[in-house]
Design a protein around this ligand. Structure first.
Ligand SMILES: Cc1cc2nc3c(=O)[nH]c(=O)nc-3n(C[C@H](O)[C@H](O)[C@H](O)COP(=O)(O)OP(=O)(O)OC[C@H]3O[C@@H](n4cnc5c(N)ncnc54)[C@H](O)[C@@H]3O)c2cc1C
Length: 437
């Protein structure tokens, strides 16, 4: 493995770190609602961030997530990992760098599977940051399992007619288009029964039942951003299909790999910010006649955080390195490991950071409260932790062989007998050796 950073790229990363700390983190305070980065109609916020986006473009760091064969800069996952580590510090930074999810994943599948017309209409304005989009896959009764999806698209002459419900379609209220996964061939095998359709937001029949909020959102103020949608006889032309009929599952899979690694590295960045706060606090605060830094339990929290964060960072970097250097699919299990571990490390680090800050830690006067609120979503979005744990476990048991005999192959009496047999010619002569001494 080679995690070396080229000197010219290190210069870019140094610029990014200063820029995110000094320019993006203050925007988080000015426009704090988690829907704000996606609301392209908020003229004030857009006026504030436009020069920042220009500065990112001038550095050649805008929307770097696409591979060269898809028209992107081709940075590769290693460079993207280092960039995302810095971007993760700020909630607004992904929008300011043109790499906000789910637009990144949607851009990826439009670039991979889109027709020229689809790319022109949707991809370019998405990459330019002029519009935002939605990925509408999860259903209220089906959760993470596409095999349970029932939202249908039925062919009627020159059109597909979509009928059904979707759940947690993030940013639907701000989106210019939605990529909808619908069952087009219910009799086909589990992974070939769905297709992906690109639906303009103004299409009649898209009814947002509620903008579902998450922990901390105010129901009364309609704070939510996750669309609970009824696609009520929504009609789109045949050329609205993204990929071939029946390729919905394949298209959905294509958008998730890289995104999960980016998300994991952003989590490292967010944890580092919390860890920096811990380090400052423990050398600033005294209790029982000494600094917090001199209390052993506190030292334990600092040491555990440093070690676990370093371990997780190396896992994510290794994953990025495998994606860049080995055949497609080689990083599958590593990506699942990152997804599982990301929620755990985030929980442990943010919890310790709050604990070390005492009562101040639970106030809404630090970034820690917003970090804590985001915690449960991290273990659910992009598939629950358990699904990925199962995937990791299967990868390590699929090729395992059962033991040949009654006892495991590590059974010491059997292994000792084998070792004795192997060295019998020496062991049997042992009395002679001893006599010679
Ligand atoms: C903040 C956020 C944003 C999201 N954005 C989008 C979006 O833009 N578009 C979209 O389509 N979806 C989105 N989702 C939905 C997300 O993909 C689902 O929440 C996720 O796939 C899990 O589905 P579910 O919530 O219905 O949980 P369920 O599938 O009901 O699972 C509930 C629990 O059951 C257990 N479980 C489930 N499956 C298994 C399994 N195979 N093995 C073992 N245990 C299991 C786990 O403990 C899991 O947490 C978002 C979710 C969140 C929280």
């Amino acid at each position: 493995m080679d995690f070396t950073i080229e000197p010219e790229f290190q210069v870019k990363l140094d610029w990014m770190l200063e820029f995110v700390k000094n320019e993006c983190e203050p925007i988080d305070l000015l426009f704090p609602h988690h829907g704000d980065p996606y609301d392209t109609k908020n003229a004030t916020a857009r006026a504030v961030i436009a020069p920042l986006q220009d500065a990112v473009k001038a550095q050649g760091l805008w929307a770097c997530h696409l591979d060269p064969h898809l028209g992107g800069a081709g940075f590769g996952q290693m460079k993207l990992a280092y960039m995302n580590e810095i971007i993760g510090r700020s909630y607004w930074a992904p929008t300011i760098f043109g790499t906000a999810a789910p637009d990144t994943g949607n851009a990826e599948i439009l670039a991979m599977f889109g027709t020229q017309a689809q790319k022109q209409r949707y991809l370019q304005p998405l990459l330019d940051g002029d519009i935002v989009s939605t990925f509408s896959m999860t259903e209220p009764q089906a959760g993470a399992d596409p095999k349970e999806f029932v939202c249908r698209a039925t062919r009627d002459g020159d059109e597909w007619v979509i009928e059904g419900y979707k759940w947690f379609s993030s940013n639907a209220r701000y989106a210019s288009f939605l990529i909808v996964m619908a069952v087009t061939d219910p009799d086909a095998s589990a992974h070939n029964r769905m297709s992906m359709l690109v639906v303009p937001a103004e299409t009649p029949g898209i009814e947002i039942i509620r903008n579902v909020g998450v922990i901390g959102d105010d129901l009364a103020h309609d704070d939510g951003i996750h669309g609970y949608i009824h696609y009520n006889q929504v009609r789109v032309p045949l050329d609205a299909m993204l990929g071939a009929p029946g390729e919905g599952f394949k298209v959905a899979q294509a958008r998730l790999g890289g995104g999960r690694v980016h998300h994991a590295m952003r989590t490292v960045g967010r944890c580092q910010r919390a860890f920096e706060m811990m380090q400052e606090r423990v050398v600033s605060r005294r209790t029982q006649g000494k600094l917090l830094a001199d209390h052993q339990f506190v030292q334990g929290m600092i040491a555990d955080t440093a070690i676990e964060l370093e371990q997780f960072r190396l896992l994510v970097l290794k994953t990025a390195w495998v994606i860049d250097s080995q055949p497609h699919g080689a990083a599958r299990t590593l990506i699942a490991m990152c997804k599982v571990q990301m929620a755990k490390i985030y929980h442990d680090v943010v919890q310790r950071a709050i604990q070390i800050h005492g009562s101040y830690g639970v106030t809404n006067e630090t970034v820690l409260s917003a970090m804590w609120m985001a915690l449960p979503s991290l273990a659910l979005a992009d598939g629950p932790t358990e699904v990925h744990r199962v995937q990791v476990a299967k990868a390590f048991t699929r090729h395992a062989k059962p033991s040949a005999g009654l006892f495991p192959s590590e059974h010491i009496p059997d292994r000792l007998a084998a070792a004795r047999a192997k060295y019998a010619h020496i062991l049997d002569a042992a009395p002679a050796f001893e006599a010679a001494e």
